[in-house]
Write a protein that binds this ligand. Structure first.
Ligand SMILES: Cc1cc2nc3c(=O)[nH]c(=O)nc-3n(C[C@H](O)[C@H](O)[C@H](O)COP(=O)(O)O)c2cc1C
Length: 212
């Protein structure tokens, strides 16, 4: 167990299905965060169910990267985007939990990312993917998108959850988050969370230096 500062981490659930397995993987991840880093506060944002979601699907003008960073979140005309911006600005770090749909991410996740720009800049972020083989294709898609396109600071370690076949096709049998088979990920989860904490510490120091 570490004695991390009281960081606030947002977990973005990138599923587009109500009968989602991703929610169960989120439950598992948040329980591992509580175990290893009890001082970290976690807030989950489900992109189809959380208040204010799903977000509007069209991008308003002036588009996000052209908004002056110092005017955020109030620069956005749409109140839904204003609160999405304020929510992301409130976090010290992010976990993007992305199910693989046809070798890529859900449209809901891509839309939620495209609705903002400066908010993502420098944000310490860890990707956790899921799919029948661990969602390696959605990891490969998201890494350049988040790092190159949106300038987030990514954890190097890859967390890829293999969804067992019996959970893929039955809404009743979806993953809850306390299954025995999840224990196989405990070691990798501890490593990637450790990396995320280091990135949050570095960003915190950078902010302090800029203030001084
Ligand atoms: C539209 C759709 C496309 C999918 N495409 C893939 C895929 O390309 N590769 C894969 O491994 N799994 C694929 N799957 C399986 C999902 O990754 C798996 O069912 C996972 O539980 C999806 O997350 P969710 O339950 O939150 O929707 C797909 C599932 C859906 C619904």
């Amino acid at each position: 167990m570490s004695s991390s500062p009281p960081y606030k981490v947002g977990v973005i659930i990138g599923s587009a299905r109500h009968s989602s397995n991703t929610i169960g993987y989120c439950t598992y991840l948040t329980s591992r965060i509580a175990h290893h880093h009890p001082s970290i506060t976690v807030e989950t944002i489900d992109l189809i169910n959380s208040p204010g979601h799903p977000l509007p699907f069209l991008i308003s003008d002036p588009y996000p990267s052209t908004q002056p960073p110092t005017t955020l979140p109030s620069a956005y005309a749409d109140p839904a985007i204003r609160s999405w911006s304020a929510k992301i600005l409130s976090f010290d770090g992010l976990i993007v939990l992305a199910p693989q749909y046809n070798w890529g991410c859900s449209a809901t996740l891509k839309n939620a990312l495209d609705q903002l720009y400066h908010e993502w800049n420098g944000m310490p972020t860890m990707i956790a993917s899921l799919g029948s083989r661990g969602g390696n294709k959605v990891q490969d898609q998201l890494r350049p998108m988040l790092q190159g396109g949106l300038h987030m600071t990514l954890v190097e370690g890859r967390l890829e959850f293999k969804v067992p076949r019996e959970y893929m096709h039955s809404p009743e049998g979806r993953v809850k988050g306390d299954e025995e088979f999840l224990k196989v990920y405990d070691g990798t989860v501890e490593e990637v969370l450790g990396e995320l904490v280091i990135l949050m510490e570095s960003r915190g120091m950078l902010k302090e230096e800029r203030k001084a």
